[in-house]
Design a protein. Structure first.
Length: 501
């Protein structure tokens, strides 16, 4: 009896699917499937953003370096090979944008539509599929759970009777060992033991009967539970197969190696790089920037004036402009020569010296430009010495005398009547060669993009990253006037700087 009691009291805990309520894990899997659909959509969406960002980075990189190479010193076939890297980046960027579009337009939408068709929300919350599965399991388990409850009740009663019988038997045995025990008391203890044994037998019969009834309904219980579980399995099977097919589609969209356009990009890149020819590049540079360039070698030329034509200062200036470059006109030496014309009227500088300077500049227009600069510097020095040594009254008399002897040509030298473009430059006698190109009111902060070393005395020198102030608009030659932080004013190439935002 005690052995049976000890065995029945053993509590074996189980986490089996067949336990009451353990079907909820299967029901929860349906809700988890819906959540996994959302996770998959988020995963695809995030990858699409990565593809877009990478494509944009490739585009920006290609654009920036293409401009840098085009403006840089590289030339010839090697320049084309280098630029081919930028072309590859742009085409690969387009392919990644196509990947992004396919992920969002096809894969993302496919998951979204499947989720909408597979999971139907209820007004009271939750999904219809979840409720159907839970109701099916509850209905299949309810009769068996009721029988199981009866078994637990009879089992509890039987175990209590066994405990009571064992306690009564122990008391009886103890009383028999006591010689002073009252016979009536001993009799009562023996009756108690007998009664406990009868009660234990009665509860045992009920317990065994309830177990038999539970065993009878167990097969039906298992069949009903299997049926509901298979329905859940079929639903999950659809989800798993759908996810597998979708991931294959995502792989096809991400795998650029299978696309002919992708292979073509790198084939073209390889062909362009292999097409770089050092001999061809060197030959091109020799022909365009080296000894292979054509040269108009200096020859003797006679100076002849047109017949029956009066030459004014404007005519001389126009002829001079045709022989000088834009930057040559901005040299301080030329400024002294030209502004001396207007000084002849207000400061009484010797016009003869200035006239000869202009004539010399015109006559030497076809000669070596380095000799012109040396002659003009000497003429400028002579003009300054004469201005310091000659009184103002003597200068005026000399001007009047030479104006009378020159006849009608004196009228042509007048800035106001002939419309001399140089008069406005030096009306105060202190003309700055930079003021004629300046734009009043313009002060724009700019930053240097590249290093630049001035080649002329009127050009600024700076390093990449230096800041300065732009004080003049860009001219037709691509030069701007600027001022460094130390106050130095001069010209610089406009494409070497950018405005500071």
């Amino acid at each position: 009896m005690s052995d049976s009691y000890d065995g029945s009291m053993t509590d074996v805990s189980s986490d089996s699917f067949w336990e009451v309520g353990n079907y909820k894990r299967t029901v929860k899997r349906i809700d988890d499937g819906n959540r996994l659909c959302n996770d998959l959509m988020n995963c695809i969406h995030e990858r699409a953003r990565i593809e877009k960002a990478y494509a944009q980075q490739l585009t920006d990189w290609g654009k920036r370096w293409r401009q840098f190479i085009e403006k840089g010193p590289q030339y010839g076939t090697l320049e084309r090979a280098w630029t081919a890297l930028m072309t590859e980046a742009e085409k690969v960027s387009d392919l990644h944008m196509e990947v992004k579009g396919a992920l969002m337009a096809e894969d993302f939408e496919k998951v979204k539509n499947w989720q909408k068709d597979a999971y139907h929300k209820q007004m009271i919350g939750g999904f219809k599929e979840t409720k159907e599965a839970e109701d099916g399991f509850r209905k299949a388990q309810k009769p068996w759970a009721k029988k199981l409850k009866e078994v637990e009740t009879t089992k509890k009663a039987y175990h209590a009777a066994c405990k009571e019988e064992k306690l009564a038997t122990t008391r009886e045995n103890t009383s028999k060992l006591d010689p002073n025990m009252n016979p009536e008391t001993l009799k009562k203890l023996q009756d108690k033991v007998e009664k406990s044994r009868q009660e234990m037998q009665k509860t045992r019969e009920k317990y065994e009967k309830s177990l038999e009834e539970l065993d009878k309904c167990t097969p039906q219980y298992m069949e009903n539970m299997e049926q509901v579980f298979e329905q859940c399995q079929e639903f999950e099977d659809k989800r798993i197969r759908f996810f597998g097919d979708l991931l294959l589609d995502v792989k096809k969209h991400l795998d650029l190696s299978t696309k002919p356009a992708y292979a073509t990009v790198y084939q073209n890149l390889e062909d362009t790089i292999k097409g770089a020819d050092a001999e061809e590049d060197l030959k091109w540079f020799r022909s365009n920037h080296g000894p292979g360039m054509s040269m108009c070698w200096p020859q003797f030329e006679n100076f002849e004036l047109p017949q029956n034509k009066r030459w004014s200062i404007v005519d001389w200036s126009m002829d001079l402009n045709r022989t000088l470059s834009r930057r040559d006109k901005k040299r301080p030496g030329d400024g002294v020569t030209l502004t001396g014309i207007s000084q002849a009227r207000e400061q009484a500088a010797p016009p003869a010296k200035n006239n000869s300077s202009v004539l010399n500049s015109t006559e030497q227009s076809g000669s070596n430009p380095f000799e012109e600069e040396e002659e003009e510097d000497e003429q400028e020095q002579e003009v300054k010495e004469e201005q310091k040594s000659s009184p103002v009254s003597e200068k005026k008399e000399e001007v009047k005398t030479k104006n009378v002897s020159s006849g009608e040509k004196t009228q042509d030298w007048s800035d106001e009547e002939s419309g001399n473009p140089f008069s406005a430059t030096d009306t105060n006698g202190n003309g700055n060669p930079f003021e004629e190109e300046s734009s009043p009111g313009i002060e724009v902060p700019v930053k240097a993009l590249y290093d630049y070393e001035g080649q002329e005395h009127d050009e600024l020198s700076f390093k990449a990253g230096d800041e300065m102030t732009k004080i003049g608009n860009e001219d037709e030659q691509g030069w701007c006037k600027g001022r460094l932080k130390d106050g130095t004013v001069g010209l610089y190439p406009a494409n070497y700087v950018e405005a500071i935002q």
